[in-house]
Design a protein. Structure first.
Length: 344
């Protein structure tokens, strides 16, 4: 009696199930990727701070010196500072633009594709971690790190660009394609969409290289589509100018053409302002044109465009995440049934 009691007491701790793997398990499993992400954010952040501070200041001073030069005399100004600012801005903006692709490639190849291909995920499911919790953990933890790191870099980039806007002649305008996204939350949303897309691609293909290629192609297509759709997510401003003046607009172009005497908008034959030649003036008379119209988004539309596009991208990310959960449940639902049939 006593022996049985002691024996049951000794075996009781061993019978307890081990705690299910969670956040620490995920960070330990992908430690190289975590260190790489932190290092990337730190290096790029320091480069943006350097650009924001001394490089922008020296470039502003260089352009101030250039502005005081006489047109017909020798000019002494800090050209190296201007070129250095332009180069570092180009490299940092390009690196920040590439971040969503880096996240998507890692998610599709390493975070999901490789684990499913090598059986690491299936092993985790046998150690107290359900497939749904496994997917939730592998999406939530990287999403927090990606959003925090990318959001910090986007903020620094916005501060850097704002400091030089209007003070550095070679600074990119606000609607430059790369600057437009790296200055706002659309880059963060695109990175999160790449993460969700990588999850779905990995679960669907269960192989590293195919999941990598599919995710990169998806993010590239989504980036192009976001540029095409963004101008139509918010009402544009229409400005009319005379035939002699040509088009008068500054921003993201949506539509343009000719205005007739009845107020109708028709296609522009591409002749140019009527002041260029009598031929253009005669052509516009034939078309009954009285001026040019241009529909565009001014700089005041920056945040409405950013927020609506960000909301759309996040909706795509949420849809991809839900699809990943549905696919995972369907592919793992037959496992317990198969195990029971094998046992019988």
């Amino acid at each position: 009696m006593t022996t049985l009691t002691l024996g049951s007491d000794l075996t009781a701790p061993a019978a307890k199930s081990a705690p299910a793997p969670g956040t620490r398990w995920l960070l330990r499993l992908h430690r190289p990727a975590l260190y790489g992400w932190i290092g990337l954010v730190v290096v790029l952040g320091l480069a943006l701070i350097w650009l924001w501070g001394p490089l922008t200041d020296s470039a502003i001073e260089g352009w101030r010196q250039y502005g005081t030069c006489d047109d017909d005399g020798p000019c002494s100004y800090d050209q190296n500072a201007i070129v250095r600012y332009k180069s570092v801005y180009m490299y940092t903006t390009g690196a920040l633009t590439a971040l969503p692709f880096v996240v998507a490639a890692w998610a599709g190849a390493s975070l999901f594709g490789r684990e499913l291909e090598h059986g690491t995920a299936q092993l985790a499911w046998t150690q107290g971690l359900s497939p749904v919790r496994w997917l939730a953990t592998k999406l939530a933890v990287p999403a927090v790190l990606v959003a925090a790191g990318t959001g910090l870099l986007v903020t620094l980039h916005r501060l850097t660009w704002s400091k030089g806007d209007g003070r550095i002649d070679t600074a990119k305008n606000w609607h430059d394609s790369m600057t437009l996204h790296t200055n706002g939350p659309t880059t963060v949303a695109l990175a999160l969409t790449g993460l969700a897309g990588g999850a779905l691609a990995g679960l669907l293909l269960r192989r590293t290289l195919p999941a990598l290629m599919l995710t990169l192609g998806f993010v590239a297509a989504l980036r192009v589509l976001s540029d095409l759709v963004m101008p139509h997510l918010w009402p544009a401003v229409t400005q009319v100018s005379s035939l002699g003046d040509g088009y008068r607009s500054d921003g993201i172009q949506v539509d343009s053409g000719l205005v007739t005497s009845t107020g109708a908008h028709i296609a522009d034959p591409g002749c140019g302002p009527a002041s260029i030649s009598d031929t253009c003036a005669a052509l516009y008379d034939k078309l009954d044109a009285t001026g040019f119209y241009s529909s565009y988004h001014p700089e005041s539309h920056y945040w409405p465009l950013q927020l609506t596009t960000t909301a759309l991208l996040l909706a795509v990310a949420a849809t991809l995440a839900v699809a990943a959960f549905v696919l995972l449940r369907r592919t793992t639902a037959t496992t317990p049934r198969a195990a029971r049939e094998a046992a019988v």
